[in-house]
Design a protein around this ligand. Structure first.
Ligand code: C5P
Length: 420
């Protein structure tokens, strides 16, 4: 019982969208199924979320699912059962701080661009003065059609709606191209950057590393690890949403509005990180860097031999964090990560001191279902001033927001006591 209450308290700390009313408009494309995750993440970020579904959206997803997740009635019809006009919808449109339409189909974009109000959702958009954001999702060929391109231009340039661009990848029908709805994390990041003002991070240069390095054995094989890069990408998104100048050094390819330096090996990561470090106010080293690499890399694919065994000789990689901890300036903050399978607290606190870090984020990799590859994690955060915080299971984006709060408080403290 006591444990459950503690978990709730820790989780409730992450509510950057508290007191914000968000209309979540959903139009009828297959990406509508992601609207449940989006509604959930917005609600868990503290927002009061109201879902508005078009007639076609209801073919893909039920109003009941959204009602259950948002804890508010879902809205679909312009008129009540007896044909009466329902002005409460207009009240809701007026109260909204932001309208996000995700997914926005080609049909929805056309209606918004021309002001057609034959659905509750488009009527509410016109009846509201709130900021409107749209996350298009459709087949890549449709996305490239001149009418869609033209409508997007009108929405962006004339109406100043914010378009969250679709991602490149395979869409539901099997085609490849740009048309996949932006990830839920990207959409929430874009919304947070609109609604939340974060003075302390604005203009700070924050470098984040993400993913696991791959150390080649031969042209086809490598030594790798299970890191998905999700924590680092969440951290970079969160810092960017708060107005920081972000550089992401990543082994995982992502399409973002901030610079992403793609690397593969520990050496490449070291080169990229060292190249930018002097201009950084903070380095957040979430990447899982291989401690060892093969001593020699075969230029040809190693062939199967008669012998049952093969020996691979390994040599130590540079410890990027350790090297930068030694040259860090007073105004710079370094956050390291420690994935541990035993003695989490003592190992993490030793690393904090040994690598001269400001903060270390430790997680126990033996806990099932969280950490590597998962959207969630549970961590302990140790600071060089001796403070310790336990964050029980929560989305990686929530952990990233927490780390941004910590960075912001460190920057604010530095400004009060400038280094001589
Ligand atoms: O010592 P350990 O590898 O557990 O430390 C983990 C932290 O050090 C992570 O923040 C990781 O990004 C960083 N690291 C590094 N270079 C290495 C190994 C780890 O910067 N070669």
């Amino acid at each position: 019982m006591k444990r459950a209450r503690k978990r709730e308290e820790t989780f409730e700390k992450f509510n950057p969208l508290e007191n914000k009313t968000i209309l979540l408009g959903i139009s009828g494309g297959i990406a509508a199924y992601k609207a449940c995750d989006l509604a959930s993440m917005l609600r868990r970020s503290g927002a009061d979320v109201h879902a508005v579904l078009t007639k076609n959206a209801k073919e893909f997803i039920t109003p009941l699912s959204l009602q259950t997740i948002t804890r508010n009635p879902s809205h679909c019809e312009q008129y009540g059962a007896n044909g009466e006009w329902r002005p409460e919808h207009i009240d809701l449109a007026k109260r909204a701080d932001l309208i996000i339409i995700a997914p926005a189909t080609a049909d929805m974009l056309a209606k918004l661009a021309t002001g057609i109000c034959d659905e509750l959702l488009t009527t509410m958009v016109l009846a509201s003065k709130a900021k409107v954001m749209i996350a298009p999702a459709m087949n890549p060929t449709m996305m490239e059609h001149p009418s869609v391109v033209h409508n997007l231009e009108i929405l962006q340039n004339r109406y100043r709606y914010e378009v969250i661009p679709p991602e490149f990848g395979e869409v539901a029908c099997g085609d490849w191209g740009s048309g996949k709805m932006a990830s839920v994390e990207t959409i929430v990041a874009a919304i947070a950057s609109r609604l939340v003002s974060h003075g302390a991070m604005s203009g700070k240069h924050i470098m984040v590393t993400a993913g696991g390095t791959r150390e080649p054995i031969d042209p086809v094989r490598f030594i790798g690890n299970r890191s998905s890069g999700k924590m680092g990408i969440a951290m970079a998104d969160a810092a960017f949403a708060r107005g920081a100048d972000v550089t992401l050094v990543s082994t995982v390819e992502v399409d973002r509005a901030y610079p992403v330096i793609l690397v593969e090996t520990a050496f490449e990561m070291q080169e990229a990180v060292e190249g930018e470090f002097d201009s950084c106010d903070a380095l957040v080293m979430t990447a899982a860097v291989a401690d060892f690499r093969p001593l020699s890399v075969s230029t040809n694919k190693i062939k199967k031999t008669e012998s049952e065994d093969i020996n691979l000789e390994l040599t130590k990689n540079p410890d990027i964090l350790d090297l930068l901890g030694r040259v860090k300036k007073k105004h710079q903050v370094i956050i390291g990560f420690a994935a541990e399978s035993e003695e989490l607290l003592s190992n993490a606190s030793q690393k904090l001191k040994r690598k001269n870090l400001d903060v270390i984020v430790g997680n126990d990799i033996t806990v099932p279902d969280i950490g590597f590859g998962s959207d969630d994690n549970a961590v302990v955060i140790l600071s060089e001033d001796g403070t310790r915080e336990n964050l029980t299971r929560m989305p990686k984006r929530a952990i990233a927001e927490h780390l941004c709060d910590l960075l912001a408080s460190k920057f604010a403290a530095m400004e009060k006591t400038p280094a001589r």
